[in-house]
Design a protein around this ligand. Structure first.
Ligand SMILES: Cc1cc2nc3c(=O)[nH]c(=O)nc-3n(C[C@H](O)[C@H](O)[C@H](O)COP(=O)(O)OP(=O)(O)OC[C@H]3O[C@@H](n4cnc5c(N)ncnc54)[C@H](O)[C@@H]3O)c2cc1C
Length: 479
């Protein structure tokens, strides 16, 4: 009781100081704190922020951090709440949420240098549209792009659909501005493509999920907007067949291959339940594995005749069994909608298993087969949903519960089934987190796998940058 009284006093005093340092719209307390700030998209964790701070510029973030540090109040940075590992959700009580949502300006866009400087709270879709308006492409593309923010993308080192061509967020960040745990501002927003001047300090804040600093702005790398985009759906007899298609496309299309997604039959079945009017040919549903492929170029001659030849050759040599080449932008969008709706359909089924792993690309067929065996043995009747960015060796092995374990009855199974999957990942030399990060959900699994040197270095880095452990405590590292 005494501890919580002291904490209440600290919060009260801090709020007085905060109300002097920040503008009137920046602080939410009590009933003004809506559910939005207490949970994320997954709904796996629900917290109770002591207060929500919504600074409008970097100096307000720095002031807020200094006041919270003086009052020993832990801070959880929040972006668009679409993270899938619980990192942005505050604990039950006493933590301060720092939302970047009001810092959403595009500070600069240079279409000759192909760079833009964007504040952390800018929604990814908005940043993409601003680039498009200048004939440029910001290539990060993911299902949550209408809600997730640039700061969240940096903090999680987000991946998505076009990584095989453009890389993950880390590859797209040229410069960064971040507020440190003591309120100092690290600022290097020079959008330089070459800069070999010792330690690349911005990397400290990319993929570290707000544990080493609060990202306030980023200088981003842009590309020419694609002029010719061809979208294909091709089906095969097995995942091995899909990997043969991948190999062929990779070699023939080279760097023009922009996306290559695997969708297995159970995933397609779920999507078609929600979207029965898809443009797919009727026989597609008979095949066990499918690829959604994008080949694009930013200049040169029209790609269509060449891609038509490529597709014809894949049918002639038996690599593809059936499929569709989108004949319009609307049809291409309808194909991508199947990919999107498949995720939505899983969410609608309620509690289910979600994972995000990577293995060497060539190991995918054997790995997926082993997972099917292991899960069927562990829990007969479980419906395994395998899909993902196979061009990056990144699979999402998700699973729906058997009929008798719907809803919360499935909860006790989540951890044991995840453990089984992680054991197979280890056996194949893979990673337990390919693109979603560690957050709270995966910190124990990470801890079990960290080599002693890695653990020491990670803790040393945290101790140097956040000696009081006030930034996103308990995320990534078990404290
Ligand atoms: C439908 C759907 C599809 C998705 N598809 C993909 C995908 O294909 N690829 C992929 O990589 N991810 C995917 N995700 C996961 C998610 O969208 C990404 O992790 C995204 O980058 C999170 O951004 P956010 O702004 O929502 O961050 P939040 O969820 O708000 O936060 C995520 C983490 O970053 C920290 N953080 C947020 N903002 C900052 C900041 N400014 N400074 C420091 N730390 C900060 C938080 O504390 C938290 O730890 C998907 C999610 C959904 C719901």
């Amino acid at each position: 009781v005494q501890k919580s009284l002291v904490r209440d006093g600290q919060i009260k005093n801090a709020l007085v100081a905060l109300s002097e340092a920040l503008d009137s719209r920046a602080i939410l307390t009590g009933e003004a704190i809506t559910e939005r700030y207490s949970r994320d998209w997954s709904g796996d964790y629900v917290g109770e922020p002591a207060a929500v701070l919504r600074p409008s510029d970097t100096s307000e973030v720095a002031a807020a951090v200094r006041i919270c540090r003086d009052a020993c109040l832990p801070i959880i940075p929040q972006g668009g709440h679409t993270g899938l590992v619980g990192g942005a959700t505050p604990d039950a009580a006493g933590q301060i949420v720092l939302s970047l949502e009001r810092m959403n300006r595009i500070r600069a866009l240079d279409s000759l240098s192909m760079t833009m400087v964007v504040e952390a709270g800018c929604i990814l879709q908005t940043a993409k549209e601003a680039a498009l308006a200048q004939g440029c492409l910001f290539p990060l593309t993911l299902g949550a792009q209408g809600s997730c923010q640039i700061g969240g993308n940096v903090a999680t080192n987000a991946g998505g659909l076009n990584v095989l061509r453009y890389g993950m967020m880390r590859n797209l960040v040229l410069g960064l501005e971040a507020v440190l745990a003591d309120g100092r501002v690290f600022s290097d927003l020079r959008a330089l493509r070459k800069n070999n001047t010792g330690l690349d300090l911005k990397q400290l804040f990319i993929g570290t999920e707000g544990t080493l600093g609060i990202v306030t702005a980023a200088a981003l790398r842009l590309y020419p907007q694609p002029r010719w985009v061809e979208t294909l759906w091709l089906s095969a007899e097995s995942i091995t067949g899909i990997m043969a298609l991948y190999d062929h496309c990779r070699r023939e299309a080279g760097e023009l291959l922009s996306a290559f997604e695997l969708i297995t039959a159970p995933c397609l079945e779920l999507a078609l339940e929600l979207d029965p009017n898809s443009p797919l040919p009727g026989d597609v549903a008979r095949f066990p594995a499918h690829a959604l492929i994008e080949i694009a170029s930013s200049g040169g001659p029209d790609l269509r005749p060449w891609v038509e030849e490529l597709v014809a050759s894949m049918f002639e040599n038996g690599l593809a069994q059936t499929g569709l080449m989108a004949h319009s932008t609307a049809q291409a969008a309808a194909l991508w909608r199947i990919r999107e709706i498949m995720v939505e359909a899983q969410q609608r089924r309620g509690l289910h298993l979600r994972t995000d792993i990577s293995v060497p690309i060539s190991a995918i067929p054997l790995f997926a087969a082993r997972i099917d065996e292991v899960l069927a043995q562990a829990l007969p009747g479980v419906k395994v949903l395998t899909y993902g960015h196979v061009g990056d060796g990144n699979l999402h092995i998700n699973a729906l519960p058997p009929a008798h374990l719907q809803g919360s009855a499935f909860r006790p199974w989540l951890l044991p089934l995840t453990r089984k999957i992680n054991e197979v990942v280890d056996a194949f030399g893979g990673s337990i987190s390919a693109e979603h990060g560690i957050g709270i959900t995966k910190r124990t699994a990470l801890e079990e796998r960290l080599a002693p040197v890695d653990r020491e270095l990670m803790h040393a880095m945290k101790a140097t940058l956040d000696p009081d452990g006030l930034l996103s405590p308990g995320r990534i590292l078990v404290v």
